[in-house]
Design a protein around this ligand. Structure first.
Ligand code: GLU
Length: 444
């Protein structure tokens, strides 16, 4: 970090006390930007502005559970940066959600969205609501209450939320229904991740997982290799993990392990997606049920973490800081060649150091998981033109976008004398475009 950036970083720490995840996300970007700041000192002031969200909304979400008891949760929407387009980013419903988490996600989203090359700014939101064990009607009442406040802040040209952890098609449906009812507008472009019958896009559910695998496929191709015959670990078993597994299998690799908050499963023959979807999407149950249904030599991992299992490629697709220094050392010891982040910031800074030091190819989430939000932007395009595209065409657009994100990272890393460092490439390329737009728009 340059001295001037260190000054900005100190202000960030002082102004945002008690927000370790946000500090981590800012530090990770700043660590990459020294060569840019030396070339363009005018960007330092822009960075100071970029670290301060344009607007932060925190609100009470009251709702009634199935026993008639009133429950209170906290809702958030951090509208971080709209230099390139309307704020865009998901909503996360998870008990760990707080302002620090939403700000780290919103900050990352600015650069990720910039890398897609599509006209979307950065934002993020969510709630500390825990959907686990809640009935369908409780989920609906919560979503309706959440939207009863949020609707006044969002809009097709203002802020376009989507899903993230704990928010999938069901939740987007309830949120969209309530928005439509309150505003009396069928404003399809106000949310993405909608169902196909009511304004959604083909490939949106698959996009984050598929996109991460496309990104890693580009890295493999650059070395003259492919997924064919590779053993792959995918952490998580939600939306991102599920479709990462599907695409790895389509490209000839074998996903031999995945996980959830209760542990991990090893399935040397390759994770069976029909069974995984039945357990996770239909039953909303734990992975132990996967083992019961699949049988066939499948094991529930008990010692250490999923990352101790020998494999060629690791795709952390669960949550932030899930892959630590010990995990990274285990991956290196077992000869892992590439780590590709399907989740947001899943690798700790210490783990990244270990991986990069050992020459493991590293695809940062900002770039590797940009496929989800990119396909959201494609959904917005279809909504704006009242059109809907085929699965094949949309997947081809996604694949092209991921190749372009990959190439930008590689080329920018080379341009700034960090060949092969895709973290530097992603941070610099994402930053420069937003910074130039902010300079052009004046001090606002
Ligand atoms: N939550 C996803 C992300 O982290 C997608 C956001 C969106 O589609 O707006 O990028």
């Amino acid at each position: 970090m340059t001295d001037s950036l260190k000054d900005v970083y100190d202000v960030v720490i002082r102004r945002n006390p008690g927000e370790p995840e946000f500090h981590q996300a800012v530090q990770e970007v700043f660590d990459s930007l020294a060569p840019v700041m030396r070339k363009h000192p005018e960007y330092v002031d822009v960075m100071t502005r970029m670290c301060e969200p344009e607007r932060q909304i925190i609100f009470r979400v009251p709702w009634t559970d199935d026993n008639g008891k009133v429950q209170i949760n906290r809702g958030f929407r951090v509208e971080f940066n709209s230099a390139l387009g309307p704020y865009k980013g998901g909503l996360r419903f998870h008990p760990s959600v707080n302002l620090s988490i939403v700000k780290f996600l919103g900050f990352e989203q600015i650069f990720k969205n910039s890398l897609t090359g599509l006209p979307i700014g950065g934002g993020k939101g969510g709630s500390d609501f825990d959907p686990k064990g809640r009935s369908d009607l409780e989920i609906m009442r919560f979503c309706q209450s959440f939207m009863t406040e949020l609707y006044r802040h969002i809009g097709e040209y203002t802020d376009v939320p989507a899903g993230d952890i704990g928010v999938g098609g069901r939740e987007i449906g309830y949120l969209f229904g309530q928005y439509k009812r309150i505003t009396n507008r069928y404003e399809s472009g106000v949310l993405t991740g909608k169902g196909l019958a009511w304004g959604g896009s083909q490939v949106r559910p698959e996009a984050t997982g598929y996109g991460a695998v496309f990104f890693v496929d580009n890295m493999l191709k650059a070395k003259g290799e492919s997924f064919e015959g590779k053993k792959v670990l995918v952490s998580g078993s939600g939306n991102v993990a599920t479709y990462a597994i599907e695409k790895v299998h389509q490209l000839g690799g074998t996903v031999i392990g995945c996980s959830d908050s209760s542990g991990y499963v090893i399935d040397e023959k390759g994770i069976d997606l029909d069974i995984l979807k039945e357990v996770k999407e239909v039953r909303r149950a734990r992975l132990s049920e996967y083992v019961d249904l699949r049988g066939n030599g499948t094991k529930l991992g008990t010692d250490g973490s999923l990352w101790n299992v020998p494999a060629d490629i690791a795709l952390p697709c669960a949550t932030q800081n899930e892959l630590n220094e010990d995990d990274a050392e285990a991956l290196v010891k077992n000869g892992c060649q590439i780590v590709g982040e399907g989740a947001n910031m899943p690798t700790t800074p210490e783990a990244i150091k270990v991986l990069q030091g050992a020459g493991v190819g590293f695809a940062p989430g900002k770039a590797a998981n940009a496929g989800g939000v990119a396909t959201s932007a494609l959904e917005m395009q279809q909504n704006a033109s009242r059109d809907s595209w085929s699965f094949e065409y949309t997947e081809e657009r996604l694949s092209d976008i991921m190749s372009s994100v990959h190439d930008q990272c590689v080329q920018t890393a080379e341009e700034y004398n960090e060949p092969g460092n895709l973290i530097a490439g992603a941070n610099i390329a994402g930053f420069v475009k937003v910074a130039d737009a902010m300079l052009a728009l004046g001090v606002i």
